[in-house]
Design a protein around this ligand. Structure first.
Ligand SMILES: [Cu+2]
Length: 461
């Protein structure tokens, strides 16, 4: 029997090598993940040492060493992904999950990835951002024939530059990415690197978006912009795990964007620097402090900071519609609209009818509005002081003095020291001091008439 090595030598090309059933026995074992919980970092059992990353609501794919080559096995397949408790999506992904597992290697590693296609249509994998032989770049039709259902292809290259990468199909790309096919890739530096700092915690996740009608489970793949589920690693708040760190940890967060729009990612509490992009580590002179970084489609950013302020700090996309779940956009604004009288009339026809939005939308989070099956409330999530009124691309970084080194578990809500929480003022409110009216050269200005429907304190409608 010819070994795989001989087979490569014989054909002279590693790309696009279909694997015969006999050779399948020589494949690395398929490892699959069944839980959406954040898995602990995978300490490298062999090969060159590195400081592993933690994938938010994800995991790192184990490998095997064969003759000095790191071998991975990715299986493209339909998966069921819990977007948040109460909602499951029928997606396509890799090894049981969407996104697929994170691949972690070290600069200079020779990597061989077996890709088995269990989808109903052909696929490929493009290794976004990598330096590699052209035939390994994964664009179907351009660099290789597509991988037909049931077939396994082999990709092999040396991870030449350290940094933050992604992988995704480059075959029926619009459909397959809308269905959740993507994954993260980190190439760690071999030894000390002048532009890559050692950190205590290194998190990563992808930005993705789905359009799933309430009551259904499969994304609408033809949607271009009006998605209704904005996710970190195919999870929406409150389904996204928190980033738990120890006070004074050096923290790195790597984010890649595979949605159809940009996301200004904003961290509360500290300033960070962008220390890397899809092109690798940034030169030191290009770094400046900021609290929001915009991540365009197809881009990756890695941010770094010292977590030197205790607390539960919000971490989210700053587009306010991206921190909402399952919302329709074709509804009129109801602020200031007087519903008095109308309600009773409508209720005679539709007993369950509720008026929303007359006093803003915060009621949405408090009211127990009946939802269709398999969808998420628009604004939700209970915090220690009430509803957080968020959804989508929102989570928290929890910084704690007591958090143990290497402990990624959720420490619970922050207990703020007495006297450090915003509080209600209960004294008397004096009338505001107004500037004296001065006559304008063209005569006395007339007051603009503004009709304001003042909100009443009542809670029911
Ligand atoms: Cu966004």
């Amino acid at each position: 029997m010819t070994s795989r090595r001989d087979f490569f030598k014989l054909t002279g090309a590693v790309a696009a090598a279909t694997v015969t059933p006999a050779a399948l026995a020589g494949l690395p074992e398929i490892v699959s993940m069944g839980t959406p919980d954040t898995q602990p970092p995978l300490i490298p059992p062999n090969g060159r040492p590195y400081n592993p990353v933690v994938t938010l609501n994800g995991w790192t794919l184990p490998w095997r060493m064969k003759d000095g080559v790191k071998e991975f096995h990715l299986v493209a397949e339909p998966v069921v992904r819990e977007i948040a408790p109460g909602m499951k999506a029928h997606l396509w992904g890799y090894n049981g999950q969407s996104p697929g597992p994170t691949i972690e290697v070290v600069e200079g590693d020779r990597v061989r990835i077996f890709v088995t296609n269990r989808l109903p249509e052909h696929t490929t994998i493009h290794w976004h951002g990598q330096r590699l032989p052209n035939g390994m770049d994964g664009v179907g039709g351009l660099n290789q024939p597509a991988i037909k259902p049931g077939k396994t292809f082999v990709y092999e290259f040396v991870a030449r530059r350290p940094g933050t990468f992604m992988y995704h199909p480059h075959a029926d790309e619009m459909t397959q990415m809308a269905m959740g096919m993507m994954g993260f890739w980190v190439t760690h530096p071999k030894g000390k690197h002048p532009l890559i700092n050692p950190v205590d915690r290194d998190f990563c996740f992808l930005l993705n978006a789905y359009d799933i009608d309430p009551g259904s489970a499969t994304p609408m793949v033809n949607t271009m912009l009006d998605f209704n589920l904005w996710t970190f690693n195919s999870r929406a708040f409150p389904g996204i795990d928190t980033l738990n760190v120890r006070l004074n940890d050096k923290v790195r967060i790597r984010v890649g964007n595979l949605t159809m729009t940009n996301h200004p990612i904003h961290l509360h509490g500290v300033e960070f620097e962008v220390t890397g992009t899809d092109g690798g580590p940034t030169p030191k002179g290009s770094r400046w402090p900021e609290v929001t970084t915009d991540i365009a489609v197809g881009q990756m950013r890695q941010i770094e900071f010292l977590a030197d302020e205790e607390g539960d700090w919000a971490f989210h996309c700053h587009k306010s519609h991206h921190t909402m779940n399952a919302m329709g956009h074709a509804t009129p604004t109801m602020i200031g609209v007087d519903h008095t009288g109308i309600m009773q009339k409508i209720n005679k026809l539709v007993p369950d009818y509720m008026v929303m939005g007359e006093r803003g939308m915060a009621d949405m989070a408090e009211m127990e509005m009946p939802l269709p099956d398999n969808t998420l409330p628009m604004m939700t999530g209970q915090g220690p002081y009430g509803s957080v009124e968020m959804g989508g691309m929102f989570t928290m970084m929890k910084v704690r003095r007591e958090q143990k080194k290497g402990d990624y578990s959720d420490p619970g809500w922050y207990k703020a020291p007495a006297g450090t929480v915003a509080f209600e003022y209960t004294g008397a409110l004096s009338d505001p001091v107004r500037a004296p009216k001065s006559a304008s050269p063209k005569g006395t200005p007339t007051d603009v008439e503004v009709k304001v429907r003042k909100p009443s304190g009542h809670s029911g409608h």
